[in-house]
Design a protein around this ligand. Sequence first.
Ligand SMILES: Cc1cc2nc3c(=O)[nH]c(=O)nc-3n(C[C@H](O)[C@H](O)[C@H](O)COP(=O)(O)O)c2cc1C
Length: 316
Amino acid sequence: MQNILVVYFSQSGQLERVARTIASPLDAAEDVRVDYLRLEPEPAYPFPWGFFSFLDAFPESVYLDPPCLRPFGLAPDRRYDAIVLAYTVWFLSPAPPVTGFLKSAEGRRLLAGTPVITVTACRNMWLSAQEEVKRMLAEAGAKHCDHVALVDQGSSLATFFTTPRWMLTGRKDRWLGLFPRAGVSEEQIAGSARFGRALLDALRRGALDGARPALNGLDAVRMDDRLLASERIGRRSFRIWGRLLRRVGGPGSPRRKPVLAVYVVFLVAMIVVVVPPSMLIRTLLRPFGRERMARERAYYEQPSGSGTERLGEFSE
Ligand SMILES: Cc1cc2nc3c(=O)[nH]c(=O)nc-3n(C[C@H](O)[C@H](O)[C@H](O)COP(=O)(O)O)c2cc1C
């Protein structure tokens, strides 16, 4: 019997569905046992979010402050053959409950020496968060071997409206006849079962050993290179404003509100003024910087990559 642990934190249930869809072929196999660990922060984060509570979450997310988590409830001596770590992105950083898991003594014990498959389902900006996750996995001694990234449907411009609307109202439906449904498409979620089939296949062949990817050739991750510059600028600004906010008061402190109000004006201005031109510049420069972009793509899409050559083998 092989043992797999699926760790996730999901507010609306979207990432939980992705994680469970990936795990479904493993769950159905008689020679595999799958345990699920739903991370539960205390106190719980609100969903849908209030405007200020949403913004107020950013300094601690960016500075990777681990929140309190409910006890995991796993057997103290349990080891796993592989761990699927599913996380969402908050403010270009891993959502704090996942940071909490990665920094916890029990999480680190489970991760040490274990093959880890990271999975994210977010709006579209996951590059910086994945760097932080990889760093924390390395600190824990995990063998990171695969990465799957699913992003919200629609253009960057559309999700700039649909994702915050979903977070602040809980509504995902098509909007004004203009915007698509919020979140990852149903086809993408259903299609992610192929990753579970490939993991099962690798597990049975003894190839899920952490030394090589098991999900290569399955269109696991596509980097949108136009977003790299915006992420870099965004992270810098999050760190500067986050430091200021942490000095002003702790999470939820009323003293943070005026600073957050100024920050939100700055943030929206930055997104409107910085993101479209930086995406345009990136698109215009594409013909001149192909080699550098290919290097960046290879780096950010590792370990699983965006190849599609094994899709036929594992898609239904
Ligand atoms: C506080 C907060 C900040 C977010 N920041 C980002 C972000 O920086 N980049 C991104 O692609 N998505 C971001 N998202 C969207 C989430 O990654 C995710 O898609 C959404 O929370 C739904 O996940 P869940 O309902 O499964 O938890 C953010 C969501 C929240 C709640």
